[in-house]
Design a protein around this ligand. Structure first.
Ligand SMILES: Cc1cc2nc3c(=O)[nH]c(=O)nc-3n(C[C@H](O)[C@H](O)[C@H](O)COP(=O)(O)O)c2cc1C
Length: 160
């Protein structure tokens, strides 16, 4: 296999962009992710690839749960704020207001148009990212009209 072609081909996979959040006791974290997909209708499962050495990975392992906050097309700057390490200040996570998820305790970012909470059912540790499979246990829609942020439109890449 030609590694350069492999990179270019994998970069043609299409993605959305989401803020993945989790909480365990007083510890909160959030990170921008694109390696996320629905994986089953019944039960409603999702799968997400999470960097093994990240803070959010550590918390998901401890809590067995996470939330996914769906970005709107005009919220690229929110995505950029969650490439950085997580910081809670003045009741905000990386500068953004949140409420506490009723099912998982994970932060739900109030400026984003939609969210769901999920409980981990399977953990696949392989390579530099872990795949968490999780069942959706709660969902909320703040703005039904919002168009989601699409990775391709940002000019960013994570993959290859
Ligand atoms: C465009 C882009 C997409 C990303 N997608 C993912 C992803 O799918 N999974 C992941 O674990 N990290 C992804 N990251 C990295 C995380 O955003 C970043 O490592 C994390 O927010 C840092 O948080 P930490 O303090 O928990 O390590 C991505 C980064 C960028 C720039």
């Amino acid at each position: 296999m030609d590694p350069e072609i492999k990179k270019q081909v994998l970069r043609k996979l299409t993605y959305g962009l989401y803020i993945l959040t989790a909480a365990h006791e007083d510890d909160l974290a959030g990170g921008t992710v694109n390696w996320l997909s629905q994986a089953s209708f019944s039960p409603p499962l999702v799968m997400v690839g999470v960097k093994a050495d990240s803070h959010v990975h550590q918390i998901i392992e401890r809590s067995g749960a996470f939330a996914v906050n769906i970005l709107a097309a005009d919220q690229k700057e929110v995505a950029a704020a969650f490439f950085r390490p997580s910081e809670v200040k003045d009741g905000r996570l990386n500068g953004y207001a949140f409420e506490v998820g009723a099912e998982t305790g994970a932060p739900l970012l109030v400026d984003l148009p939609a969210w769901f909470e999920a409980r981990v059912t399977d953990t696949i540790k392989r390579g530099d990212h872990t795949v968490f499979v999780a069942e959706v246990v709660n969902a909320g829609l703040r703005n039904a009209e919002a168009r989601p942020l699409v990775m391709w439109d940002t000019g960013w890449f994570y993959g290859g």
